[in-house]
Each structure stands twice: as C-alpha cells, then as structure tokens.
Design a binder for this molecule. Structure first.
Ligand SMILES: [Zn+2]
Length: 376
C-alpha cells in the first residue's frame, strides 16, 4: 500500500500535469512571491493549499528572508556546518511550483509556516526579537536511538531547528504547523530566558522548572498557531493521550507541581539514575518529567485562554508578556507552578468567572489559591 506521502506525491504530479498546456507559466524572479503548493493537516484530514512564499531569493535553496535550509548538517567548533538543502519543482500552467520530492515539500511547508509565525510575532509585539532568516537542519542524523527517527528539536547553542527523518505513515513533522510552532517557540524561550542571567548557575531544580515551562509554553504556542489542541497526534498518534491539550473533565484536578513535589521528583530521579547502567546523569531522566509537567501547565493555560475569549494575536501577546514576566521572576523564591499562575493571572485586567474557576481548580495550596480571583 502506498504511504500517505507517496499518495500525496502522486496527487501532486497529477495536479501538475492535468493543468498543463493551458497557459504558459510566467517566469519567476526574486522580486515576486514564490507560488507553491503545501499540504496542511487539521483535525478533519490533510489538504492541499496553494500559498505564496515572500522574500525568496533563490528558487533552488529557497534562501531568503525567512529560512536557511541545511541538509544533514553537523556541528564543528560550535558552528553549524553542511550543504544547503536543494528543492526540486515542476511549474504548472498557473505558475505554481509543485514540489517533486519529500525534501522539497518539507522546505516549502517550513518556509510557509515560519513566514506565518514571523508575522504573528510582529503583529503581537510590533517587532521580532529572534534572528532571521532562521536556520533549519533537515534529514538530520543523530547518534541516539531514541531520537533517530520521527523527532524534531531546537538546539539552543546553535540557534537551529532540527528535523530527523520521519518514517511513520502520518503527517511528517516538518509539514506539521503546530510542531513547527512548538520548536520555534523554544527559540523565543532561549532568547528571552535562557540566554539571560536568569539561567546562569542554575540549580538542578531550577533547570527542571525552566525545562517544564519551556515545553508547556511551546505546546501552548503550537495550539495558538495551529488552532488544534491535538496537533501533535497528526504526526505522532501515540502521543495523543499524554500530550493532547484537552482532557475529559474528570481528569481535571490539581496536577501542577509545588516546589516540594519537584524536589521529591529530583530525588527519585537521582536514585533511579544510579540504578540504571545507561544513565550518566539524572538530567537524562528529568526531560520526560518536564514534558508531563509542561503538559499539565499547558492544559491549564489553554483552558484559561479559551475562557477569556481572545483572538489569536491577543493570546500570542499574553504569552510574550508571560515571557517578559518570567525574566523578572525570582527563581529562588517563586519556584512553583502555582505561584507562576498567580503572577500570570495578574497580566489580565479582568478574568472571567470561568477562567477563575480553572485557575482555582489547578491550585492545591490553599494559601496560593486565596491570592487569585479575590472577588470570585
Ligand atoms: Zn519541545
């Protein structure tokens, strides 16, 4: 049976050929938008979409204002090294460049979503605070068995987004707008938090706390951008349960961790690491926990933002404000998710009754619960 992707390419070629001979395509030059076709995924399935890429300077590498693509890059002296990825297209009679292989489809999809994410940032903030064009590595090879396939990650140090080969039958990760937004958010977190003094000499518990917030907010960003609370399972259906940002109401109970909870997590993880022969540092084990704390935080924030009835741009604005506020957070004093929520609720002029209910339900420490929504 052909895979979804093979099927997509057959459709692409048929679409390209069936409209041939009707009109001579206009020659493209870099002063014009680059018209191309991508595949978008939503809860209702996959669809073709004709889009325009702006600021493309080179029709083969798609180098331009938004992205710089590298094929299977490596790292040398703390620098990204490797050849530029090259895309192949056939142009149909409407002047649309149809990608003819998987790599080319990944490149146009990523360009399109990164262009939209840049616009969302500029609309919400009036500026952009990360460096453009963004660097992206495709078909990346890793040594670790766990991340060799079906994964994407952001490298803080190199400021690069990486995609390893996707070998499943669903929507490939580099085509999934929500996943791209999640990874891109890590660059916001890195520029605004990790590169600043807040992150110097952090204790393991502070690192654990920041990792959890980073993963949680990245999932919220993926939802804000894609408008799909289950964007991860379009590509990775096995993660629907643990990562979906919506849960049946009977699961809604205080799941946000206090400082004490996090301390006992770290103790357990240290003991577990000593027991396991492959564990070199407890750090390897805390990332899994950071994802589950992140998801708990993300579910609460998503529920809360939904009840506040905000536009996409306003939701994005609040997340940027939260990042700004995190910078002024005193990690030594306010190291728990409950206090973080109280701080965050302060960013809103008024809270709906529903939003207050969500916050109160998420917090188990009475003293902190009482600081929130005083009139509620
Ligand atoms: Zn992440």
């Amino acid at each position: 049976m052909p895979s979804v992707l093979t099927h997509l390419f057959l459709c692409f070629l048929v679409a390209a050929m069936s409209t041939g001979c009707q009109k001579t395509p206009e020659a493209w030059n870099s002063s014009k938008p680059f018209k191309t076709q991508i595949v978008v995924g939503s809860a209702t399935g996959l669809q073709f979409q004709i889009v325009e890429l702006e600021g493309v300077q080179n029709q083969k590498t798609l180098e331009g204002e938004v992205v710089e693509f590298y094929l299977a890059p490596g790292e040398q002296n703390s620098e990204l090294v490797g050849p530029h990825a090259v895309a192949k297209f056939i142009q149909n009679s409407e002047g649309v460049f149809i990608p003819t292989n998987s790599l080319s489809l990944q490149m146009v999809s990523l360009y399109y979503h990164m262009q939209a994410l840049k616009k969302l940032e500029i609309q919400s903030l009036g500026k952009t605070f990360v460096k453009w064009p963004r660097k992206i590595g495709l078909q990346v090879k890793t040594n670790s068995a766990e991340t060799r396939f079906n994964n994407a990650f952001y490298n803080n140090k190199l400021d690069v987004m990486f995609f390893v080969p996707y070998v499943d039958q669903e929507l490939p990760l580099p085509l999934n707008g929500g996943i791209i937004a999640h990874e891109h958010f890590h660059s916001y977190f890195s520029y605004s938090i990790l590169q600043k003094s807040l992150a110097s000499d952090v204790l393991p518990i502070e690192d654990y706390f920041l990792k959890s917030i980073n993963e949680g907010l990245a999932d919220v960003w993926g939802w804000i951008y894609s408008d799909n609370p289950d964007f991860i399972s379009l590509s990775l259906p096995d993660l629907a349960g643990p990562r979906k940002l919506e849960q049946p109401s009977f699961f809604r109970k205080p799941v946000l961790k206090t400082k004490k909870d996090m301390e006992s997590d770290l103790n357990l993880v240290e003991q577990e690491c000593k027991r396991l022969s492959w564990c070199n540092s407890a750090d390897q084990l805390t990332l899994g926990l950071a994802y589950s704390n992140g998801t708990a935080l993300a579910r609460t924030l998503k529920d809360f933002l939904t009840r506040q009835n905000l536009t996409q741009e306003d939701k994005a604005k609040k997340i940027f404000l939260l990042l700004e506020q995190l910078n002024s957070l005193n990690l030594k004093k306010e190291l728990d998710f409950e206090s973080l929520l109280v701080e965050w609720a302060g960013l809103f002029d008024s809270l709906s009754d529903e939003s207050c209910k969500i916050l109160k339900n998420a917090i188990k420490t009475e003293e902190i619960k009482n600081q929130i929504c005083l009139s509620f």
